[in-house]
Write a protein that binds this ligand. Sequence first.
Ligand code: HEM
Length: 169
Amino acid sequence: MTNTNNPLAAPYIDAGNNMKTGGLSDAVVATSSLPQAAVVQQSLARCLESPTFLDAFYERFLGSHQAIRQKFAHTDMARQKQLLKRALLVALMYADTAVSNTLITERVNLLKDSHNTAKLRIEPWMYDTWLDSLVRTVADTDTLYSPYIGECWRKCMSVTIEYLRGEQH
Ligand code: HEM
């Protein structure tokens, strides 16, 4: 990934090289248990080049159901968008065992904790809406979008979603 404007593209690749291989060849990274992750990483980079991607996602997600909109009634949405930008990458890395590690797992555990508090209490069905909103927004934004790319997003994000909405750890 050569796009220096995108802060997320390079760290993912660096993380892959540093965390998993510990200096071994790139061929080890290529044995990712989740080949769809590379497709999603590139799609995410293209989406984040669009200044409206995160706005469009939250507009769609919050507009999908009143119960979802209510959850964000007191949220600073500008801050939320920046946090989501990072969390999408974390979710992707978590799904891909080739780059996932203790640090990533801790970050996902924090997400799980925050989304399961009595204050937030995210209901399980809301994760399906979240994913639908995300994939539809990717479809509108990614200039190279295809149904296959959409399926890659679903496959990768589902790993993290199933963990987030599972039993408390
Ligand atoms: C894989 C799916 C999701 C990811 C990656 C994600 C990511 C995040 C992140 C990074 C934050 C801010 C940090 C934190 O509070 O932990 C956050 C907060 C929040 N998320 Fe999610 N989220 C997901 C699913 C959902 C769903 C399904 C809902 C349902 C409504 C939701 C509602 C919220 C709310 C209400 C907040 C708190 C906003 C506040 O602090 O006011 N999230 N999420």
